[in-house]
Design a protein around this ligand. Structure first.
Ligand code: UTP
Length: 282
């Protein structure tokens, strides 16, 4: 049973400045919800109800979002806005949330290490707080974990010319979209990339990763990289990758954030679709 998840949300979000100067990027709106709510809903839909946020300075809006807001609830009740009341009540009731602060932004690997005591000795989900998908993916990762009883990485197939921006995996067997991972390379050149399958930021990890992270030296950008720790884990344990069959949006990138808003609103609101069609045909 995978019951716990860690969502690191402590990063500075420098790629989106000045938007993220005083506002966490994980709270940016994607149509009608903040980014991190999509992440939490994906976990909850897969039965993962205990979530640790690794937060940092200036990230209080995330705690407030998942907290109860009595005044607002009373106001909505008084004015008989019951549909809105249900929507906001659902948010704090859906999950058990825990918080810990990352003292210095030393990278994703360092942020995950803050979850050691929370997780204990079991497999857990780790999902970056700034990436969302056009459909829920956690359930598929858990299915693969149950089948292979090992760590799992969500993978996305991208055009080969962009592999240099990502962590890329080398794979062995393909069993209906589940691959045995042989190696991982961070930001390889197009020529050197072992595949065009990239690491997307959603994982099921063995608790052994914590001991490894403790001893992982800062890597690229002077940060403690989760990918470096997973390479070490791979020397001791099997890791499989699951190819996601949906769209992924990295909200830390301005164009990807804009695309998420437009594509999701296009699907959701017929009047917006019409507006876009008219705009393009102008
Ligand atoms: P990113 O590397 O995309 O976040 O990390 P960042 O450092 O905020 O981005 P830029 O490059 O400055 O724009 C992915 C996720 O990991 C968290 C981030 O908050 C984000 O949700 N993170 C990153 C941490 O929690 N701590 C860190 O030290 C780094």
């Amino acid at each position: 049973m995978v019951r716990k998840a860690i969502i690191p949300v402590a990063g500075f979000g420098t790629r989106l400045l000045p938007l993220t100067k005083a506002q966490p990027k994980e709270m940016l709106p994607v149509v009608d919800k903040p980014v991190v709510q999509y992440v939490v809903e994906d976990l909850v839909s897969a039965g993962v109800n205990n979530i640790l946020f690794v937060t940092g300075k200036g990230k209080q809006a995330i705690e407030n979002h998942f907290d109860k807001n009595y005044e607002l609830e009373c106001k909505l009740k008084e004015s008989n806005k019951l549909d809105l009341l249900e929507k906001i009540k659902k948010i704090d009731e859906m999950v058990n949330i825990f918080y810990v602060r990352q003292k210095e932004q030393k990278g994703l690997g360092d942020a995950i290490l803050y979850g050691k005591e929370f997780v204990g000795d079991e497999y857990f989900v780790a999902m970056v707080g700034d990436t969302i998908y056009s459909k829920n993916i956690v359930e598929d990762l858990i299915k693969a974990h149950k089948k292979y009883n090992c760590s799992v990485i969500a993978l996305e197939r991208v055009p080969r010319e962009v592999v240099h921006k990502y962590g890329v995996v080398e794979i062995k067997d393909n069993n209906n979209g589940v691959y045995e991972i042989v190696d991982m390379v961070e930001k390889p050149s197009v020529e050197e990339a072992p595949s065009n399958l990239i690491i997307t930021g959603a994982y099921i990890l063995s608790p052994k990763i914590f001991e490894i992270l403790k001893n992982t030296k800062p890597g690229r950008g002077g940060e403690i990289q989760l990918t470096d720790a997973m390479r070490t884990l791979l020397e001791e344990e099997k890791i499989v990758g699951v190819e996601i069959n949906c769209k992924r949006y990295d909200i830390g990138d301005i164009f990807s954030w804009l695309k998420a808003n437009v594509e999701i609103a296009y699907e959701k609101y017929p009047e917006f679709r019409e507006f876009l069609i008219n705009l393009i045909n102008k």
